[in-house]
Design a protein around this ligand. Sequence first.
Ligand SMILES: *[C@@H]1O[C@H](CO)[C@@H](O)[C@H](O)[C@H]1NC(C)=O
Ligand SMILES: *[C@@H]1O[C@H](CO)[C@@H](O)[C@H](O)[C@H]1NC(C)=O
Length: 587
Amino acid sequence: MEAIGLWKAATRRLGGAGVAGRWRRDIVAVALVVSAAAVILSFSAPYPVSVWFPPPSAVSFSHRTASSFSSSSSAVAGGDSSFDGSLLPPSNPIPIPPPSLSSFLQYEEPVASASTPPPSSLVAPLSSSDENSDDEEVEDSGGDLKMPPLWRKPGDASHSTDSTATTVPPPVVASPPPISKSDAVEGKSSTGEPKVPPLLPQIPVWLMSPDQQLIYAKREIDHAPLVLDDPDLYAPLFRNVSVFKRSYELMERILKVYIYKDGSRPIFHFPDLKGIYASEGWFMKLMEGNKQFVVKDGKKAHLFYLPYGARQLELTLYRPDSHNINDLLIFLRDYINMISAKYPYWNRTRGTDHFFVACHDWGPYTTKLHDEFKRNTIKALCNADVSEGVFIRGKDVSLPETYIRTPRRPLRDVGGKPVSQRSILAFFAGQMHGRVRPILIQYWRGKDADMRIYEALPHRVAKKMSYIQHMKTSKFCICPMGYEVNSPRIVEAIYYECVPVIIADNFVLPFDEVLDWSAFSVVVAEKDIPNLKDILLKIPLRQYITMQMNVKRLQKHFLWHAKPIKYDIFHMILHSVWFNRLNQIQV
Ligand SMILES: *[C@@H]1O[C@H](CO)[C@@H](O)[C@H](O)[C@H]1NC(C)=O
Ligand SMILES: *[C@@H]1O[C@H](CO)[C@@H](O)[C@H](O)[C@H]1NC(C)=O
């Protein structure tokens, strides 16, 4: 096309010369073709030219407008090497700083002795009434067919309404652990974070080593160009849409994932697509079937996926009523030891670039017998509870719990009524699991016509209007924690376009690293349950309408597709793992 035309013109003009002339002619022609190709590339490439030829010192300034930096410009001007955690306002008085990428550059390991569950793997006894009463109700009230918690700290009366009602728990979205630079740096080297050589000038990104690519991506994200209006991304849903968009682009462009073949079914490579734990199965199925990100050569990978299901682990290895999950822990410990002896990848970073995806409640506990696995590996968990000392905000990923009733049609029933036809103020129906729900029932069941708060949805009510119909017809859907902080109701509310009201102290909300949950949900502290109705009524109608509209716009980020599409839940999960991996990189 254009380049060929130029080449013809060049040869024509130089035609008729001797042997030396023809030599020169060829060289000039090749040079013209190359430069024409570069010009075409720079206009047609979806990424700035700096992606191909990043001058390391200029990268930070290559596509920013002056106004996009006010707070950090002085530090950045000092050069990339000076860019570190010290950029953060160290004594920020705001209690919940937004976890921008840089705010997680360093974090402190929690003090293990204070927050980890007791070392015994004995399990609290199952209460038999929980199991019996679930059967008929599982289809109709969010399906909380769950295992009771494995460990509770002594004195944590998870089944006692009275004692929890009087304790005042910490705020729901816990702020990230304090940043202590020297500790974090020491921690990094002890976890075996590889020493990455500085970027060579003029290296195209695809020629860089995986470690260099991570550093490159991190710098690019820290200096993301401002996104003003993107047709596919609704900015108010995000903490910082510019950062998300740039990070997502770089993931699509750079990220390679290695999947261990080792491990046999059904614990490994056996995705369970149905029920309340379906997130782990869907992710496994879509990841293993993926062509874009998966790479066969581990040397090219940025992330290593451990393809097991926590639910399958329970079904296969847990002896019912044994109240003992030691077999599961030993099994995983041996697996990690096996892959770390067989392949070079684990020891390279001590598991820091490895990840697993577990929706089963036991996910966090199953890492317990292998120290590096427990501390370093990126865990995508439904049970994203920062108070237990296993889930680390900014490193681990809060995985949405999606209750899939019909795997062939994961999007069945998605949608809801317009605001004008949402006649119920607030709705909840479900089992009395955990510490919060009994309090909710105690204060609100049968007390107020606007507050439709039930245990299992009574038959006479369900006959007229199903559980799902209730969600489609309510303004607010109450999502109290169950045995653990997470609940399938949050994503159900999003599917049925009902504004979720989340009651679960210490819960890190799904995709917390990128989403701004205040734009589409209400978070109520456990101690405020008595004021629940007031809290909801105080939200002005206009603000409610905005939130409800935002829930609808958010929906696409929580939908499973048999063939994943851009920005859907599969990509959001993978993105959060990628984003948090970058958080661990020192630039
Ligand atoms: C989003 O991040 C970019 C890049 O770090 C920054 O320039 C911009 O100011 C941030 N925007 C907001 C609204 O915080
Ligand atoms: C990784 O380290 C462990 C113990 O630290 C060792 O047993 C194992 O052989 C190492 N793996 C490789 C591939 O060298």
